[in-house]
Design a protein around this ligand. Sequence first.
Ligand code: ATP
Length: 923
Amino acid sequence: MATTTVTPARPRRPAERPAEAWHALAPAEVVARLGGEPTGLSAAEAVVRLDLHGPNRLPRAARRSALARLAAQVHNLLIYVLLVSAAISASIGHPTDALVIFGVVVANAVIGFVQEGRAERSLDAIRAMVDPTASVLRDGHRVTLPADGVVPGDVVLLEAGDRVPADLRLTSAHALRVDEATLTGESVPVDKDVAAVAADAALGDRTDMAFAGTFVTAGQGAGVVVATAGETELGRVGAMIGAVERLTSPLVREMDRFARQVTVVVLVASVAVFAYAVGVAGHPVGDAFMAVVGIAVAAIPEGLPAVLTITLAVGVRRMARRNAIVRRLPAVETLGAVSIICSDKTGTLTRNEMTVRALVTGGREITVEGAGYAPSGGFLEGGVAVDPAADRPLEELALAGLLCNDADIRETGGAWIVDGDPMEGALVTLAAKAGHDARAARERFARIGAIPFDSRHRTMAVLVDRGTDGPVAYLKGAPEAILAASALEATADGAVPIDVGHWERAVERLAAEGLRVLALARRRLPAGTDALAPHDVAAGCTLLGLVGLIDPPRAEAVAAIEECAAAGIRIKMITGDHAATARAIARRLGLGDDPPTVTGRDLDGADDAAFRRLAAESTVFARTSPEHKLRLVEALQGTGAVVAMTGDGVNDAPALKRADVGVAMGLKGTEAAKEASEMVLADDNFASIVAAVREGRTVYDNLTKVIAWTLPTNGGEAAAVVLAILFGAALPVTPVQILWINMVTAVALGLTLAFEPTEPGAMRRAARTVGRGFLAARLVWRIALVTALMVAGTFGIQAFALARGHGPELARTMAVNAIVTMEIFYLFSVRFAHGPSLTWRGVVGTPAVLLGVVGTVAAQLAFTYAPPFNAAFGSRPVPLADGLVVVAVGVALFAAVEVEKRLAARLGHRGAPARAGTPRRRG
Ligand code: ATP
């Protein structure tokens, strides 16, 4: 999908005519005109329509063509300078030089072109992993499918957080609100209902429609698809998908800028050196020109931009392999600087595989046997089996859990799985264990009204028709909320006034064991009630009992949390769950024996200063609502932290946007949350965030290594020539030889650093301080040192060769080999920015490095010993003994840099070892 999108020929779409005023028609009329059914299309009909109308996909923003990409490689000040140099060299009788310069340009362009093409393709593939989905009725069943499979006539189901997949005429709406900012620019969500509006109503006033690309912020609804793809209102305004994101990040942009500045400085310096060489030192113009070209080519970091881009792309690919899908590239860098991760509990730190383990009802505590969602297992009270069929309170509690419930369980391939919310799935399993047939019970007690779960009230309620008993509301939710609504508690033969204290103690007991506790209640409503309003279940209910569910911590999360502690990253667990449950789980996850805990209520009562203190000092944030997350992010950022925040619901979007790295759940997250995030977790797993942080640190390290290697090697080559001219010494290498070195090493050595794996200590040091320029004092010093060592090595070997009585050609050949050898050894040194390189791993290197080194050595052997090369470059075969001295120069440079590393470490130049809680400044 990278460069060409093939559009298959297909029949002309019937919708290619003026838009119908669907909003002015009654829903039934719309369905009829579209030839659909209120219960949706059949799968077969959908296939036919998909063929007719084409996929529900907006036109893709044009990708750069291959030619344009190739041109972009060359369209660059650095390259222009090289091309002009090549042209002049050729015209003044230096064809070899011109060819080699041209070789440098071509090698760079090809590598940049191929690697960037691969990077763009893999980014596309990675992005496709988070393509939106839609819930649609097909053959009367709810199915989730990729949004591009939606066709006109389909019935689409909407709930909070969904991205509307196509233009819909609403057929039902319960408290449905839609954010239409993408389409109308109106930032206040619009209330929707099904009543038709005037034919001439403006787009923003078509309250009976939901438009493609807008987001559901609250409520539930359904609608029939009236337009897809380019026929939607979004398509009509010319919106496209896949707007091409430049493969870049702040550091890469900064480096790009820097490379251009270096080019300008090099040009100015070259002109000055040229003037000096001709005017003062009296060199012939042609020779002086070629020397200056050599300097320019050596000093200009022409390969740098491509290598940095590739480094970034390699990082994104590695993150995707670890289930972390980066949606915005700068996040790759930011991830490496994260100092606090705020994580949801359920499903991220825990497995979100719920099983009911305990019940409290009718004054008794009952244990439930069985594992997972399989509907097998009995009930025990004090070790004695209980017969659910003969136990009214138990049976009624289980029935309430089944009816006040939108989930289903089913068996596939021998395993029982849940369709819907896992906690509700566990309640379906409980009902089955208690002897209820889920489908029969739900048919018998048909639902006539509902108040969907919302995370602010933490309750959900349904109204069912209990036949002779009349309409009954069942509600479930957080115990505090349900207890507050209950006046009575159910007993085996009726109901008595509720003993709230007794129930609160029971809740604490279950929660302290790490169980998630849910309360269930019931309320009879007057005959004839046919809808449920919040006030119907706000008071006067009868408590049926408590349900305690286990949700085991993820084993990987425990290890990841340990890794974070070593890396100086603090974890904050943010959950809607009960404080005691959250604390028990936090302990099991290794977040401390007595993790400091606050609740949403504590936070609400705190002023700004107190809030910031609570945010900084607490580990567990219980009974919070999504609104707290935004304040938390802001408070933590106020302390200088770089914050990653997870979320899944539509209400999490503001916090996800505000966080330095917003992390949305790929499996259970809403489209709104994904849209607001920098990164999406394909597996909803906390450990994947930590893996991404590790890769983020690696990318940043590698970017720095590329810079730390390229600048001094370029600088050393150029400085040697400049010094020779300034001091009137013989050139240690000829211009064409410098070009050769540059062509071989920039390609074969520099690029390998993009593929470096994570350094062993990467997760054992504190997070990087953001806002510091990449040219930190330490790096500048290193560049200066290595440049000086390279110059000394070059002149040293030249002096040595001449002293041995070798001719100038052989001396230069040895100097060229010495420069390349030093670059190879320095490459090994630079691979470990934070530790010694003299380890087995350091010496052996990675496949990329070894390949690069082998390639370079082969090229150098050809340069030194192959007669055609000798002729072209004026090189001479080097005797073995002298060859060993050349290698010794490389070893000496390696040793010097390693000693410097140690000294610097001892002098404390390195970042202090990781320590959680160190305040960090932001730039
Ligand atoms: P997190 O994912 O942030 O760790 P959570 O999933 O526990 O937290 P919520 O989904 O907001 O957070 O749930 C908060 C509380 O609301 C739960 O502890 C439970 O008491 C209640 N609750 C959750 N889901 C439902 C539901 N479907 N019906 C009724 N009550 C629910």
